[in-house]
Design a protein around this ligand. Structure first.
Ligand SMILES: *Cc1c(COP(=O)(O)O)cnc(C)c1O
Length: 351
């Protein structure tokens, strides 16, 4: 720590992303990237945009992209915000809706960026323990002081909570904003977007990083009441008018437009996931019922950390969290059928 540092820097505890070893001999099942490339229309759109557009600033209101998202989800453009990855949308949301003297709530086991943002913006928080089976203790989110944020499906547990539970949480927090982070919703859940027309306090955040194969482009979005979107715009325009660049904008637009490709690849991942779950069970794992593009698994006789290390020696990366409650679990992203077959072959050898 340095005297040159502001109080803000001093109180940060930065997020640590999964290792990015981009070696071609590594099977990377540790950051929930999509194993399939984005729709071929994405490349065409980027090439078109590169041809003579890059000297110009992008649209500050991100208009073409916002209108495509709006029509895709059957809402108006005024109900859509876009940002440089959903991580940025979430960070702006903490600034826009949470307060410095009112405790927010999120699950005890969840996306580890939430406590990072809370510390950065000096927002107090309390964590809600999960039930013994890792499901959400829904009632414990009622009557929060400062608001609620939770992923559905939750990460890294992969468990999906029915939207009737989300609706109860909304009803019991009428005075505060409830943020539902739907990074993995396209792998089997039902989005809470349909509730935004009835609940002014609901903000649904999604990303193109997982189901649309665009982690490298960094585009996320939020859908909610225009009053909430206006707050996010005010934060963005007090920070950086152009958070989404031209290439990211056209890439995300093309990816959202190509619904057939999206359906094909997400269905394929769901199918691979179900096969992987039974194969993992056959070699002694207990696997939580996943509605995401990853599985959360623990082995009956071998420690998760040992497995993580031995897989890594065999050039297979999975995620292991050295954290309470989950340190005997591995989070394994769903890759291609071939990658999952390699994983299983290696596990059979190790076990
Ligand atoms: C991956 C992920 C995000 C972030 O996605 P980006 O849009 O790539 O920033 C947000 N929330 C959860 C729960 C995630 O797993």
């Amino acid at each position: 720590m340095s005297n040159y540092w502001s109080d803000m820097v001093k109180r940060t505890e930065p997020y640590v992303p999964g290792e990015q070893l981009n070696r071609s001999d590594i099977i990377k099942l540790n950051t929930n990237e999509n194993p399939y490339p984005p729709s071929p229309r994405v490349k065409e759109a980027i090439l078109r945009e590169m041809d003579g557009q890059l000297q110009k600033y992008p649209s500050p209101s991100a208009t073409p992209l916002r209108s495509v998202i709006a029509s895709h989800f059957g809402v108006t453009e005024q109900e859509v915000f876009v940002g440089n990855g959903s991580d940025e949308v979430l960070a702006f949301s903490f600034m826009a809706f949470f307060h410095q003297h009112r405790k927010i709530r999120f699950p005890e086991v969840t996306y580890s960026f939430y406590p990072v943002y809370a510390k950065l913006f000096a927002i107090p928080y309390e964590t809600v323990p999960l039930n013994a089976d890792f499901t959400l203790d829904v009632d414990a989110f009622f009557h929060s002081e400062g608001g609620v944020i939770l992923p559905n499906p939750n990460a890294p547990t992969s468990l999906y909570e029915d939207i009737s539970s989300i609706e109860q949480i909304l009803q019991k927090n009428p005075e505060t904003v409830v943020i539902v982070d739907e990074a993995y919703i396209d792998f089997g859940g039902t989005s809470a977007i349909e509730l935004t027309s009835r609940y002014d306090n609901l903000l649904v955040v999604q990303t193109t990083s997982k189901s649309r194969s665009l982690a490298g482009m960094r585009v996320g979005y939020a859908i909610g009441n225009p009053v909430l979107i206006d707050a996010l715009m005010r934060i963005k325009d007090s920070f950086n008018s152009y958070t989404v660049d031209r290439l990211a904008m056209v890439a995300a637009t093309a990816a959202i437009d190509d619904d057939a490709y999206f359906k094909r690849t997400t269905e394929k991942i769901v199918q691979t996931r179900e096969l992987a779950i039974s194969a993992l069970q056959q070699v002694g794992f207990t696997v939580l019922p996943s509605k995401t593009n990853f599985v959360f698994a623990t082995h009956a006789s071998v420690q998760a950390e040992t497995l993580y290390k031995q897989l890594k020696e065999n050039n297979i990366l999975v995620r292991h969290f050295n954290a309470p409650f989950i340190d005997n679990y591995l989070r394994i992203s769903i890759g291609t059928d071939e990658q999952m077959e390699m994983l299983l072959t290696t596990l059979r050898k190790i076990l």
